[in-house]
Ligand binder design. Structure first.
Ligand SMILES: Nc1ncnc2c1ncn2[C@@H]1O[C@H](COP(=O)(O)OP(=O)(O)OP(=O)(O)O)[C@@H](O)[C@H]1O
Length: 248
């Protein structure tokens, strides 16, 4: 698989001129597996949303070359999902096939088989007709991973995929993450559990609105860097000062 890099060139992302991410430069290398780590409010989700184009880049540029936006798979935070929508598991998983079959086509034949297989691969055999509102948090996360399996994207962006997920489910889903990495895809995950990061993630971006460290995990996650990130974050807890350079 030929996965693209994601390159940041002095990127600032702001909400009404208050920067959530400030002057970030660096690259998620092709085929790399990277954790984004940082305190609450450090700008991690904002950065992910900017990569998928959901948030405007105020200053600088994000380069993701030679890629169709549908070739980026995005797993939002659980809190951003509306599970009250009356939808069956099979419909949600099948959304992963939109790039191939189009949004309004019926899913049948080979495509149906593939959706059922993806559900079985995440341990949800026979869940096809369940309403998504009846799933537990862990089951819902498995469904979303099945959708990503079907999407077969070259870039995968995961925002807190294991928050409030039990250890068994986390272990199963981590296997998929490692599989995607092994297949040469570029994978980025926002994570809070430093034990998982140290064990599973070769690279880490430590963010506290500004990048504190970015590189091999053991070098990025030193006690000194973590303390610095916390201090930087506490200093801006009341909100980031206005950036004069960011667009209004
Ligand atoms: N839509 C918005 N409008 C205004 N400010 C926002 C908006 N979304 C996020 N922010 C602010 O931007 C900053 C960064 O938020 P972001 O959600 O990116 O942080 P995070 O590192 O993902 O945090 P957490 O670990 O708590 O999920 C925070 O101060 C947040 O309040």
């Amino acid at each position: 698989m030929k996965a693209p890099a994601i390159q940041f060139d002095d990127v600032t992302l702001a909400y009404r001129r208050h920067p959530a991410v400030h002057h970030l430069s660096g690259t998620f290398e092709p085929g790399s597996l990277t954790a984004i780590v940082g305190p609450n409010g450090a700008g991690k989700s904002t950065l992910i949303k900017a990569i998928i184009g959901a948030i405007r880049v105020d200053e600088g540029r994000i380069h993701v070359r030679d890629i169709d936006p549908r070739d980026i798979a995005y797993l939002p935070q659980q809190s951003e999902l509306d599970r009250s929508f009356p939808m069956e598991v099979l419909d949600l998983v099948s959304m992963g096939l939109w790039r191939r079959v189009g949004p309004l086509r019926r899913i049948d034949g080979e495509h149906l088989d593939r959706a059922v297989e993806a559900l079985a691969a995440v341990g949800l055999k026979d869940f096809e007709r369940r309403a998504i509102g009846t799933l537990s948090g862990g089951q819902m996360q498995r469904v979303l991973f099945a959708r990503m399996l079907l999407q077969d994207a070259r870039i995968l962006l995961l925002d807190e995929p294991f928050t409030a997920i039990d250890s068994r489910t986390t272990a199963d889903l981590l296997e998929l993450v490692q599989r995607w990495h092994g297949e040469g895809r570029t994978v980025v995950a926002v994570l809070h559990d430093l034990e998982i990061v140290r064990r599973e993630m070769p690279n880490t971006l430590l963010l506290a609105r500004e990048p504190v460290a970015w590189g091999p995990t053991a070098e990025a996650l030193t006690a000194e860097n973590l303390l610095l990130a916390r201090q930087m974050s506490e200093a801006t807890l009341e909100g980031a000062p206005v950036c004069r350079r960011a667009a209004a």
